[in-house]
Design a protein around this ligand. Structure first.
Ligand SMILES: Nc1ncnc2c1ncn2[C@@H]1O[C@H](COP(=O)(O)OP(=O)(O)OP(=O)(O)O)[C@@H](O)[C@H]1O
Ligand SMILES: [Mg+2]
Length: 175
């Protein structure tokens, strides 16, 4: 079964004179284990596409399905749970919480989903070591380099039982 499916997905931003038709009928299937790179110039709609693929945004027209679940049929709670459990997202601006340590940032999606703090901490440690950050879990984001912060964000997207990991320019980080 496909992990991600977009069918004739459109997304329009704004209205009237400032309306931008960012996506015009994207159809895309991604199967388990597949790695897909979306390329295009600035403003061409890559983030818009990823936001739809991760259920962070809804299409103006068309359909998106993650792991066989049609997002248009999901209520708010169901969609939030699907995003927490199945989708890992590395944001263009990382979005690490400054008041949490690296390990706490990585453990957060699991804890929000009801995993015990102890178990979440163990899985966070494993995810951090997968991105070569063992021993850095107790540091706060501002005590890490730009690339290390980026890897914390990647660990947070990989932790737990993710079916789909979406990364918006994860290697294009300043400093
Ligand atoms: N919230 C918004 N309101 C209005 N227009 C928007 C909004 N978000 C994106 N756009 C417009 O939609 C188009 C696609 O933007 P998007 O952010 O998806 O591009 P991108 O390919 O990710 O660009 P970049 O490489 O610079 O990150 C652009 O023309 C942008 O100005
Ligand atoms: Mg973008």
């Amino acid at each position: 079964m496909s992990i991600l499916e977009l069918r004739d997905a459109h997304r329009t931003h704004g209205r009237g004179e400032t309306e931008v038709h960012a996506l015009k009928g994207v159809t895309l299937t991604v199967n388990a284990g597949e790695l897909v790179a979306v390329m295009g110039p600035s403003g061409s709609g890559k983030s818009t596409l990823l936001n739809l693929a991760g259920g962070l945004d809804r299409p103006s027209k068309g359909e998106v399905a993650i792991d066989g679940t049609l997002l248009g049929d999901c209520g708010k709670r169901e969609l939030a749970a699907l995003r927490r459990r199945r989708v890992g997202y590395v944001f263009q601006d990382l979005n690490l919480l400054a008041s949490l340590t690296a390990a706490e940032n990585v453990a957060l999606p699991l804890e929000l989903d009801g995993t015990s703090p102890r178990q979440a901490r163990g899985q966070a440690r494993t995810a951090l070591s997968e991105v070569d950050l063992e021993g850095h879990g107790e540091r706060f984001p501002d005590e890490l380099s730009g690339g290390q912060q980026q890897r914390v964000a990647i660990a947070r997207a990989l932790v737990g039982d993710r079916r789909l990991v979406l990364a918006d320019e994860p290697t294009c980080r300043r400093s």
